[in-house]
Design a protein around this ligand. Structure first.
Ligand code: UDP
Ligand code: MG
Length: 314
């Protein structure tokens, strides 16, 4: 990885158990690069796959000199695998794309043209999502709207990580040391001239989604905690409301006592204790979510660990 020659373009794809789709992915991306001309590389990152992904990747690297196969020590998750690929790639422009062909690589020429006109980032914005469940679409829509409300950074709605970025933006991104990475938010935060390109998201070419519900929720919590302290402040708002309600109860009980109509009190007591207990645990959980991330960050461990690289200039 010491070559001084920068390819004009790098295509970076994180891959986790994608053996079925990879050959077709490399073929389609290769064809697009042929069409564009100029120098290009395809950086594939094996995110600790349990299937034959690495073997397929290493073979692609042997067959096609443009392919660089990067193998991580273990599964790091989508965002960190992508970060590993981005730090290895050398292109003057970089296309971030999923390996499952949900985002068509054939849009690249159009993205390049927008960048020729001065865009720093061209991001794919989904008009339609084919072959994804109603639940996935509804949860994604809710997520993009929620994050939009909670943060000051204008994170584009309905845009995944599929985007073309220039070297300036990429270097700024790589200089950000945070460990719980929400890359599309971080790129939006960098600013510059960011331009959308509307497209229809396709169904997966093969294989299953690697984002089960639990991972989606973790990803959403990472995104929100990385870009907003509103949840942390929520305890303040709720505290005010609870204090007002508590004061109401106080007045009510005093008046009741003065009128000699004291209630047995059990129900209201239990209701108040229950409500307060619940709120307190919720707020502790929110504080814990931020504190845990602060702790993780303070350890300063490497974001990813590469075990080997095959292909590319040596
Ligand atoms: N991926 C990864 N590591 C993981 C999970 C996913 O590198 O732990 C990759 C996966 O191979 C794919 C991309 O991230 O190229 C997006 O994942 P997927 O298509 O499963 O997510 P979805 O499109 O269903 O949201
Ligand atoms: Mg996918």
């Amino acid at each position: 990885m010491t070559s001084a020659v920068r390819p004009a373009l790098s295509v970076v794809a994180p891959c986790y158990n994608e053996q079925e789709v990879l050959p077709e992915f490399v073929r389609r991306v290769g064809a697009v690069l042929d069409g564009i001309g100029g120098t290009g590389e395809i950086v594939l990152v094996d995110d600790g796959s349990a299937d034959g992904t690495w073997a397929v990747m290493a073979k692609s690297a042997a067959d096609d000199p443009r392919v660089v196969a990067v193998r991580l020590m273990r599964n790091h998750g989508h965002q960190l695998a992508l970060t590993a690929g981005l730090s290895v790639c050398r292109g003057a422009r970089v296309l971030i794309i999923d390996a499952d062909l949900q985002d068509p690589p054939e849009l690249l020429p159009e993205m390049m043209a927008l960048m020729d006109q001065g865009a720093d980032v061209v991001y794919g914005q989904r008009r339609q999502r084919n072959g994804e469940s109603l639940f996935k679409r509804a949860s994604a829509a809710a997520f993009y709207r929620l994050i939009g409300r909670l943060t000051d950074v204008a994170i584009p709605t309905d845009a995944g990580d599929f985007r073309l970025v220039n070297r300036r933006v990429l270097d700024l991104l790589l200089a950000m040391p945070e460990r719980h990475r929400f890359l599309r938010g971080m790129i939006a935060w960098i600013g510059g001239n960011q331009v959308p390109l509307v497209y229809d998201r396709q169904a997966r070419a093969a294989g299953q989604s690697k984002y089960p519900l639990a991972k989606m929720v973790r990803f959403a919590v990472d995104a929100i905690t990385a870009f907003s302290v509103v949840p942390l402040m929520a305890s303040m708002t709720i505290g005010w409301v609870m204090a007002a309600v508590g004061f109401g109860f106080f007045v009510y009980s005093i008046v009741g006592w003065a009128l000699g109509a004291t209630l047995p009190g059990w129900t209201s007591l239990m209701a108040a204790v229950g409500l307060l207990g619940g709120m307190q645990f919720l707020m502790l959980g929110i504080i814990g979510a931020y504190l845990g991330r602060l702790y993780d960050q303070s350890k300063g461990r490497p974001l990813f660990m590469i075990s080997e690289i095959v292909g590319g200039p040596q």
